[in-house]
Design a protein around this ligand. Structure first.
Ligand SMILES: *Cc1c(COP(=O)(O)O)cnc(C)c1O
Length: 377
């Protein structure tokens, strides 16, 4: 191998569309409209068209998007928000920062989504919302979640940071893009996400015009008119330069998704006979856009496999090593080891392999060979 293998190859991705990107960048620099330049509005429109959603609000990152969503929905101190115990910290962080109370529930062992069958047991008079996380690129079962949310009058914020372009498939065959079904969907354009910019970026989606107006206002210091602050807001903007890059890259998103799915299909096939390795489960209710290709390594062999691969020059990552309810910063919420056995076991078993839009077959064959070697196959 001449180049070291990477989890994500941003450089090759850039070089493939360098001319278009460079031109868009240079234009943005020359226009000097660095804040809220024309590219930002254009990108909002592109996202609406891509997702088939009425309103898109851009913001500074995916974590802000979650926070703005919760502020826009009027969640108040002491309100409870239901979140999966197995997710990236951002989902829970903003709940804590707003003085809300995270109500963890366990995830499903196959799809890693929040277990909607356990939802009813934690709903009480303080519960205001649910944050399903479309983890690793697969949509949570929104059909089940929408039913429960309606029954208990809860708001849904879909954390779509890892799943832009994934499609929810309803039992009647209807399809909708992840992030467009709840009250608000949020996403991130962090470089390694499926639609990544060259820094930080984020967005919110909604079909509710009034809510869209409020979210827009909150992202901009709570003002509709300059220096008239109707709400307590935040300063959270997508830079014009990032929007210019994203306007180019969004054209390639369907192609990027397919490239990821091809890599996943090759891994699936190569690993299907390995007893110690469980390949990603494909839910019937969703397409999978594979922000991560995450396997379960059985029999306590995960860390050894990771070490073995590392010695062979194959990177792998553990998303995530500790469930949120057991993170030091969140002990005050009173959860303990054993509370969410599935999440806790996943943290011992999951391992994500390199997957990105520029994976060469030769490189992937090498990765596959090393994984198979470990299992003596
Ligand atoms: C990346 C990510 C976020 C946060 O996005 P940032 O843009 O990094 O703030 C939130 N939730 C999930 C599930 C993520 O993967």
């Amino acid at each position: 191998m001449s180049q070291p293998i990477q989890m994500v190859d941003l450089k090759s991705q850039y070089y493939r569309i360098k001319e278009e990107i460079d031109q868009a960048l240079l234009q943005a620099v020359e226009d000097c409209a660095y804040i809220n330049g024309p590219s930002v509005q254009e990108f909002r429109e592109q996202l609406c068209r891509f997702n088939g959603v009425s309103h898109t609000i851009t913001c500074a990152n995916g974590t802000d998007a979650l926070q703005i969503a919760m502020m826009g929905l009027g969640f108040k101190q002491g309100d409870e928000v239901i979140v999966p115990a197995f997710t990236y910290i951002a989902t829970v962080e903003v709940i804590a920062l707003l003085g809300l109370i995270p109500r963890f529930i366990d995830v499903r062992p196959d799809t890693f989504e929040l277990d909607y069958e356990q939802l009813a047991s934690v709903v009480n008079e303080k519960t205001v919302g649910i944050v399903p996380v479309h983890l690793f690129g697969q949509c949570s079962n929104m059909e089940a979640l929408l039913r429960i949310a309606e029954q208990y009058k809860l708001k849904i914020i879909e954390d779509t940071a890892q799943a832009i372009g994934a499609e929810m498939i309803f039992s009647d065959g209807r399809r909708s893009f992840a992030g467009t079904l709840g009250d608000v969907g949020t996403t991130s354009f962090f470089p390694s996400k499926n639609l990544g910019c060259f820094g930080d970026g984020g967005a919110l989606f909604t079909n509710d015009a009034l809510l869209a107006e409020k979210l827009d206002m909150i992202a901009n210091h709570g003002q509709r008119k300059k220096y008239r602050h109707e709400e307590i807001g935040v300063n959270s903007r997508l830079d014009t330069i990032q929007a210019a890059i994203l306007n180019v890259k969004i054209q390639y998103l369907p192609q990027y998704t397919e490239a990821r799915q091809d890599v996943a299909a090759r891994y699936d096939q190569a690993f299907s006979d390995l007893d110690g390795l469980e390949i990603p489960f494909r839910a019937k209710h969703s397409t999978h856009v594979f922000n991560q290709y995450t396997c379960k390594v059985k029999h306590g062999m995960r860390d050894q496999l990771k070490q073995f691969l590392s010695e062979k020059g194959v990177p792998s990552m553990i998303y995530y090593p500790v469930p949120v309810h057991l993170q030091e910063a969140y002990v005050s919420y009173g959860y303990q080891a054993g509370d969410f056995p599935v999440a806790e076991q996943l943290c011992q078993e999951v391992l994500s392999f390199p997957i990105h839009t520029e994976m060469e077959e030769q490189t992937q064959e090498y990765i596959i060979e090393q994984v198979r070697n470990f299992f003596n196959k």
